[in-house]
Design a protein around this ligand. Structure first.
Ligand SMILES: NC(=O)c1ccc[n+]([C@@H]2O[C@H](COP(=O)([O-])OP(=O)(O)OC[C@H]3O[C@@H](n4cnc5c(N)ncnc54)[C@H](OP(=O)(O)O)[C@@H]3O)[C@@H](O)[C@H]2O)c1
Length: 375
């Protein structure tokens, strides 16, 4: 097969936790949080990972770079906005100097401020947050989880946490036609109420809103979470027996206690995709050594995948930006990703694969818990 070189891409990454910092830089292990944060603040952006071998079934190939903008999520929210924008734009410039023609914004670099709009205005190359494919892949994961746990959608209540956000607001609109009730959840009540008043009349199901996460979770069989919280916000005590939680937030929202204390609940990380071809994620500083994405082999986040798909499809344009995502884009990028050979990754959560045996055990635990609750 003839291989055709597609344009190159770059993707801005940052650590989600101190564990991430230590995984990339073992010297940071055991150091106090304050000193690690100070060092990160001083660190300039740098090309961290060279990605090669991303190839479509019809022979289009791209390569690219993950460029580190090494700050923790809370630092990205707390440091002066202008400083953060400059760091993100500098990361993109590094990618462009290496030959990238489109840039993606990872995790909080796509969340900060206006969700990529200002960054795109200042960037030398087109920019995307990757949120359209995250929504498409996230919803596939969400409905797969519901199917596996045999939740009847037509009678289900769904809590969408982060409902005023870029990802959450689109997910709420796309889930609504399939379920009985959607509860919109966020922190800022004024924005939430405005979103509810604008959206609810067009949604073909019962819609309500609340800022009380625990009460929304307690009422729901299905939960989708896409927040910019830096703390756990979903606790085991609040989840219904046999509930399904699809987690799109990075860092995650679901307390690790759920993994231990609620064997009857299915938590699944939405938005992971298998990359076509023979993708390699090689550390730039140590050629030959693989970068640990903390995901199974050949797997990338959906936002990274969107950036790769746009490069492979030669769609060198600002694609997904800001908070009002066009649902047509979600449909379009899903079709483009499929054409390029990207597929939804197997289910996983809490760094572990969710096997068919694990799902069967979760269903059994849910049945036992429901029976207990009925007595
Ligand atoms: N898996 C992937 O491939 C992937 C790709 C892209 C992004 N992401 C992740 O997805 C998440 C959402 O991204 P986004 O672009 O949609 O962000 P966004 O537009 O900033 O929206 C964030 C939403 O979360 C809400 N929120 C923030 N803190 C909260 C809290 N403590 N409790 C309840 N709600 C809270 C916000 O509302 P209020 O301000 O009113 O609270 C808002 O509705 C982020 O964690 C991001 O890193 C994942």
């Amino acid at each position: 097969m003839n291989v055709v070189q597609a344009p190159k891409f770059c993707f801005v990454v940052h650590p989600l936790s101190l564990e991430d910092v230590a995984r990339y830089e073992p010297g940071a292990k055991g150091k106090g949080e304050a000193i690690v944060k100070k060092i990160l603040e001083w660190m300039p952006a740098y090309a961290a990972v060279h990605v090669t071998g991303v190839r479509t079934p019809d022979g289009r190939e791209t390569e690219g770079w993950f460029v580190g903008s090494p700050l923790l999520p809370q630092q990205i929210l707390d440091l002066p906005r202008e400083d953060i924008y400059k760091r993100i734009v500098r990361s993109i410039e590094i990618g462009a100097e290496l030959g990238a023609q489109i840039a993606g914004l990872g995790a909080f670099t796509g969340v900060v401020g206006d969700g990529g709009i200002t960054v795109a205005e200042r960037s030398p190359i087109p920019v995307t947050t990757g949120n359209s494919l995250t929504i498409a892949a996230g919803l596939q994961s969400f409905f797969r989880g519901a199917r596996e746990m045999e939740v009847d959608l037509a009678s289900a209540t769904v809590a969408v946490i982060g409902a005023t956000g870029s990802i959450g607001s689109a997910c709420a609109r796309l889930i609504a036609p399939k379920v009985r009730e959607v509860i919109l959840v966020a922190r800022n009540e004024t924005r939430l109420k405005a979103y509810y008043e604008k959206t609810a009349p067009d949604l073909p199901c019962i819609v309500s809103y609340t800022t009380d996460i625990a009460s929304a979770v307690r009422r729901s069989q299905l939960v989708l979470t896409a927040t910019s919280s830096t703390q756990d916000i979903i606790e085991p005590e609040d989840l219904q027996p046999g509930a399904v939680v699809c987690e799109l937030s990075l860092p995650h929202d679901v307390s690790r206690r759920v993994a231990v204390e609620r064997p009857d609940v299915l938590v699944t990380e939405g938005g992971n995709m298998v990359v076509p071809g023979e993708p390699r994620f090689e550390r730039v500083r140590e050629p030959g050594s693989e970068f640990d994405l903390n995901l199974p082999p050949r797997t990338a986040l959906a936002c990274m995948s969107e950036t790769m798909v746009l490069a492979l499809e030669n769609r060198l344009e600002n694609y997904t930006l800001g908070r009002g995502i066009e649902l047509e884009r979600v449909v379009e990028i899903e079709a483009m990703a499929q054409r390029c050979g990207f597929t939804l990754a197997d289910m996983r959560a809490f760094d572990t694969a969710i096997t068919p045996e694990k799902i069967a055990a979760t269903r059994e635990a849910a049945a036992r818990r429901r029976a207990l609750a009925a007595h």
